[in-house]
Design a protein around this ligand. Structure first.
Ligand SMILES: [Zn+2]
Length: 346
């Protein structure tokens, strides 16, 4: 009798293991850091986390290891990617994360803030980030009800798609998991702000300098590590990538980049998008903005409307290899509106 009970128990256990096995096969693949970003050592204790296309990081981030703590630059697009970054930091150092910095408010650089807030890590930013983090970011993160609606639509479509339409099913499954990830984002404010100018932080003996410069959003901070001569530019710098100008003031941005390049002509740069770069790539980006401004100025002088300018102005050959080619036409529209004095910023 006892023997029969034991056998039944074993049988039950095997069934449970079998069911768990079946569940784990059916579950979506867990996100992995290597699918979302690549960690690059830029200098001793200075790391860039370069976002991979289609992953959950979206914007670049990075971290600086001192002798009494770690400072994280930007928190990626999603809490999952931010958790992955913390796990990667743990493989490099046993030092605790002491500060996080938001280089600006855009969601692809602040979407993981909640992960740091939950760990009581102060999040530092220029004061406009506090003003815009939970308001203007709504353009990048629709409200939960809207996301739920999109999720239900995608789930319905998936249920109606026959099993042999593999490509369509995969596309819908990706869409669903991306919506789930977006639903996990809770827009979280910085906890320490400063106005403009320079802020010095110390990780033991290592100094990190935050420097505000206008251009990309009006609330932008560069993070400079003097002893390693590395500048994290946030989205003030784009390497071989067309920029997002939705909040930009190009007339401020070009002089800001000139200032940065005159002070940091020999530095290494971790851009907001694109690979780790030198001054040459930052100058190339500065020249893209200058070139865009000249071309759009000429279009306005020739009497072209925004639509005509977008149709007629062709991206110069040298920028055709840049990432984010879909920004080429919006860049013309944003530049046109800025020059006409009708662009909404702030
Ligand atoms: Zn940005």
């Amino acid at each position: 009798m006892r023997k029969a009970t034991t056998l039944r128990k074993i049988g039950l256990m095997l069934t449970v293991i079998g069911v768990l096995g079946a569940i784990s096969v059916g579950q979506p693949v867990r996100p992995k850091a290597e699918d979302d970003f690549q960690l690059v050592k830029v200098a001793d204790g200075v790391y860039a986390a370069i976002a991979k296309a289609g992953g959950l990081a979206s914007g670049n981030a990075g971290f600086i290891v001192g002798d009494s703590g770690v400072l994280v630059v930007d928190t990626f697009f999603t809490p999952i990617a931010a958790e992955e970054l913390i796990a990667e930091i743990g493989k490099v150092t046993a030092q605790p994360v002491k500060y996080a910095v938001n280089t600006h408010y855009h969601l692809d650089h602040t979407g993981g803030n909640q992960v740091f807030a939950a760990r009581n890590v102060p999040i530092i930013a220029q004061e406009n980030v506090l003003k815009w983090q939970t308001t203007k970011n709504r353009r990048f993160l629709p409200a939960d009800e809207e996301l739920q609606k999109r999720r239900a639509d995608a789930a319905k479509q998936l249920a109606e798609t026959p099993g042999d339409q593999k490509d369509k099913r995969t596309q819908l499954e990706r869409q669903l998991s991306r919506l789930d990830v977006m639903l996990s984002i809770k827009l979280t404010n910085p906890s320490v702000t400063f106005n403009s100018g320079v802020l010095h932080l110390y990780l033991g003996n290592r100094e990190v300098v935050l420097i505000t410069l206008p251009g990309h959003t009006g609330g932008d901070t560069l993070v400079y590590v003097p002893d390693a001569d590395v500048v994290f530019t946030g989205d003030m710098g784009w390497a071989k990538t067309l920029p997002n100008l939705v909040d930009a003031t190009v007339n401020d941005w070009i002089p800001s980049l000139d200032k940065m390049l005159s002070r940091h002509g020999a530095s290494k740069f971790v851009p907001g998008h694109g690979e780790v770069a030198g001054a040459a790539e930052m100058r190339e980006f500065r020249d893209y903005l200058d070139d865009l401004r000249s071309r759009v100025k000429q279009a306005i002088a020739d009497g072209l409307t925004i639509e005509q300018a977008k149709q007629q102005l062709k991206l110069p050959e040298k920028y055709k290899g840049f990432a984010f080619q879909n920004f080429a036409q919006p860049n013309i529209e944003d530049m046109y509106k800025e020059l006409k004095g009708v662009k909404q910023t702030g």
